[in-house]
Design a protein around this ligand. Structure first.
Ligand SMILES: [Zn+2]
Length: 336
């Protein structure tokens, strides 16, 4: 095992002691898209003791342009991202405990999913779940590393409870969803998330080994224009989260439908549904459309719509960004 990490141990910032700290650490990566695959690859190769990867989605061809861990076989096998990531990374480093969890992170489950970790890494594409991470981080005093990428640009910042400003100090208002730029409307080129994911990985390593060089600024890059900037952020005196008001964790900002970044699709969650029998559902749906399923998901096509249903009752309605249409189709085919 020492030989596996020999080049990393030679680096003075890590050393033998740092390597030991990494191997005793546990991290969670929430969201396994472009950022998440880069972070997961870096940290599993670096020998972090436990890596938990949480993602709600499955893999599609347009993901392969920038989601570095996946391949065409994963799509043919209908694998969710968290499952494919776990399988690939276990072949890379069998000494790391890797746990892929297919789940939608929300205010009812996030505290349970991150309770035992040393750092939370953000590989997300939406503000709502980042708000939840921010609340959970400050409430439980777990550092988190914010990261986002879109088009040719990206940004990242470390949020260390009690030491740095939080995400809501930067974004005091919860953004109106209709006005957020997404990968769907703006596109994205892979070097932007690759660099941001790499910066998040190195910050995680620095925090875990207790390095002094931890970044305390907001880093903003544009890979197309070759711009790399750092901004000093101040804690806002009126920030609700810094004052212990955890609005996201209380479910104040939760929704039942979410537009998925870059996918022309809407996710519908129904908190009343805990478990779905694919066998029963498929028997009902095959009378009105095409149905196929495996243990991870059920795919259903009817009219011009395609829907993927997960065992926890979530569905992703494809070929639309209209949340009310998606909710209607869910009600029509699955039931609410
Ligand atoms: Zn704050």
């Amino acid at each position: 095992m020492i030989d596996r990490y020999s080049r990393q141990v030679l680096f003075p910032g890590i050393g033998t002691e740092g390597q030991r700290k990494l191997s005793n650490s546990c991290v969670v990566i929430i969201g396994c898209g472009a950022l998440g695959t880069i972070i997961a690859t870096s940290l599993v190769r670096a020998g972090i003791g436990k890596v938990r990867i949480i993602d709600r989605d499955f893999i599609e061809y347009h993901n392969l342009q920038r989601q570095a861990l996946f391949d065409e076989d994963d799509i043919r096998n209908g694998l969710p991202k968290a499952v494919a990531a776990e399988r690939h990374l276990k072949k890379v480093n069998s000494s790391v405990e890797i746990e892929g969890i297919v789940a939608d992170v929300n205010y009812t489950n996030i505290e349970r999913l991150v309770r035992d970790v040393d750092i939370i890494l953000d590989g997300l594409d939406n503000f709502e779940t980042r708000g939840l991470i921010n609340d959970t981080s400050l409430k439980h005093k777990i550092p988190w590393i914010y990261g986002g990428a879109i088009s040719s640009s990206g940004m990242t910042m470390n949020i260390i409870p009690g030491q740095t400003p939080c995400l809501r100090c930067i974004n005091p208002e919860v953004p109106n969803r209709a006005r957020i730029r997404t990968c769907e409307t703006a596109g994205v080129i892979s070097p932007a998330p690759f660099i941001i994911g790499s910066l998040q990985s190195v910050e995680a390593m620095k925090i875990l080994v207790g390095a002094e060089e931890i970044n305390r600024q907001l880093i903003v890059i544009d890979v197309w224009r070759g711009k790399f900037n750092r901004f000093e952020i101040n804690r806002r005196a009126d920030c609700p989260t810094c004052q212990g008001e955890y609005e996201f964790l209380e479910g104040k900002h939760s929704t039942k439908t979410t537009s998925l970044c870059g996918q022309n699709a809407v996710q519908v969650t129904n908190p009343k549904v805990r478990e779905i029998s694919f066998e029963t559902l498929a028997a009902q749906l095959k009378r009105i459309g095409e149905v196929s399923y495996n243990e991870f998901m059920l795919r259903f096509t009817a009219d011009a719509h395609e829907m993927v249903v997960f065992p926890d009752g979530r569905a992703i309605v494809k070929n639309t960004n209209d949340e009310s249409l998606a909710r209607g189709l869910y009600a029509k085919y699955i039931g609410i």
